[in-house]
Write a protein that binds this ligand. Sequence first.
Ligand SMILES: [Mn+2]
Length: 467
Amino acid sequence: MKVAIVTYGLINRRVALMLRERGIEVVVFEDAELWADMAREDGMECCQALVSDPEADGPIQGTEVFVMMDVDALRVDRLAKSFRRKFPKARIIASDVGIQELPYLETYTGEGHAMRVGQEALAHTVVSKIEEHMAKRSTDNLVETLKAGGGTGVAIFTHDDPDPDAIAAAMGMARICQELGLEGKIYHGGRLNRLQNRFFARLIKAPLSRLEPEDAPHVIQGAARVVLVDAGRPGAHNVLPPEAVPNVVLDHHSTNRDVSAADYSDVRPGVGSTSTMVTTHLQQMGIIPDPRLAAALLFGIRTDTDHLRRNVSTADMRASAYLSSLADQELLDLVEHPPLASKVMDVIGRGIQARRRYGDHLFVWCGEVGSRDDLPHVADFLLQEENVAAVFVFGQVGQKVLVSARSVTGGPHVGDITKEALGDVGSGGGHARMGGGSITLRMGVDMDVDQWVVEDLFPAFLDASGM
Ligand SMILES: [Mn+2]
């Protein structure tokens, strides 16, 4: 979807810059060399010609919106008529007066302040109108693509070990399918490894079907349309064959920006979650999500944006505000703070007793635990202790010693520390504030695991942490 900026005047330039910031494709038509140069210096694609000249015929193709804020009234009228004829669906945005004829605004303050404020406000209005238009067109295109398959079956794929954003976005897509008389079914590969994801899927009653990669071609064959959400590259951390071309791709990961050959591909790195994008489509279509779906989408946005603190855009804020009033609050509370099993409480209790402190690091050996899922709870809990920057919790499950690590914001990179400490003996890694790993104990070797963890493993982590 492309926006044509007709002449590179003051307001049009501001609009062009704002649109580009939002990742919207812009082409500038400016015949005056000075302004054309400025457009190019701003990094714009610029056609140095009048928009009505034959040279402009190529670059103007595919335009969805024409912006003529700096064009005088007479010329706007003439151009608008011609655009309307050639691009019946395009939006044409112009000021209703000849802005260039109104330099007097500058005299209000004597310093041009009023002029600048006026332009900024106009530019914002124009950009929001364009965004509105784009959102509508985008939903129209999505609907067209979904309906074009002939049959009713829609296979909705998401990535392996799907997180709340992926699950909620897929459920939202299934709801859109339902509205269109289609039947969406959600597929994913891998297992829901993270406890939070499993809790979420269960509480929200997500209709997920797990697939092995070898079964995906069969599912694709039987579907009228194939949709990929919260992922962009077939075969990369999802069960789609790498050569598959989905009909629809909805994602927000920048790495997938230019990869998909889908009929409808919308990858918006500027947006915090795929749930936000799906919510926008629901709104455009006039579908009011039921309380469960609204809660799922809201939690999807929250997890991917760390409760609107990270990677957050106004679109995420708007979608959250909209969903807040619709979501099942009780369900949302439960999803956000899942109750802990009493056996987990026992492990936390043991962890508190067993913790050892080295500087601002805590090390905890819990001994044998029922499940690897118990350890993150211990780590999360102990991280609340005063003046603690990092927590490493160890436990044994069968033949494995597992570790779960957490750190405070600005604390040590526990993912890297875990990776380095386990380099030779096991495997580990993770993010700055969250890490994990495991070591498989050798069978038949008589060793004192308790002693080994405390005397060998703890120091290896301290070393890796540079302590
Ligand atoms: Mn996501």
